[in-house]
Design a protein around this ligand. Sequence first.
Ligand code: MTE
Length: 317
Amino acid sequence: MHYFRRKGWEIPEREATPEALFLDRRAVLGAGAGSILAGALPAVAAEEPDPSASLYPAKRNEAFKLDRDLTPEKANQQYNNFYEFGSDKRIFNRVDTLKTRPWTLKIDGMVEKPFEIGIDDLLKKVQLEERLYRHRCVEAWSMTIPWTGFPLKQLVDLCKPTSSAKYIQFETFMDPKMGPGQKLSWYPWPYIEGLTMAEATNDLALMVTGAYGKPLAKQFGAPIRLHTPWKYGFKSVKSITKISFVDKQPKNFWQALQSSEYGFWANVNPAVPHPRWTQATEEVLGKSERVPTLLFNGYGEQVASLYKGMENEKIWF
Ligand code: MTE
């Protein structure tokens, strides 16, 4: 994030045969950076059988459409930000240490009754659907992706927060054996993110458990992650193990590391540059093109009302 800026996207993707290439979003870009040729890429390690596999593909919710092509899965799966496995983008071949079963989510803080729930029990209580979403990383690249998941609001309702809860805080697992990047002590582990209750209950806020019609690949943040498509990608915390309802604004991972560059809100705004680069345009993964970035990443109609009157505050980084 703040240590270097990836240049991989500057090289055009090989002609995508979407179905056939569906396993490799970002390697193609890495190939452009001179690292390795797309055709010679190692195969993605076989996933362990996933007990939730029969839930996929879920029915697509047609209300969530895209104005651009889907990023080929192959490109998407080999160019990831997941610092628990390293600070480079090619962590896909190092994520085997992430064990996604058993996987327990702990719910605590300002709720009627704290509880723990296993991922497969949770999946029985929610309604999965597929949504086509845009994702805009703060590093100025973007992708589009068919997520499978359920509105975060369904989970909030299950948790029964009390009226004192003002924010929801998410935590990624903390286990340096699973995520060796956590041995690097200068990072403020565990990865934490937060939303206001109003943001969390907006219909766009999605708890993601699958992508491309299958359970999430480990590098996407299996078995469960968040996606808030109107915010910069770092808000979309991966491999969540703890959800806390709190009354103070959570300090997120990047904010704790570099508060002059990253804040709590992180709403996408092309007119507000990152201190070290423009946010006016973005490189589309899998394509050799830069396109203009849109306010709220194009989701203003659904979310602008959340920030009415706050436009001149620091809600853009
Ligand atoms: N969550 C955790 N736990 N660790 C991370 O390093 N990176 C964030 C976000 N969630 C990150 C994380 C950033 S910077 C981005 S852009 C997205 O995940 C990337 O998601 P993707 O790899 O699925 O594209």
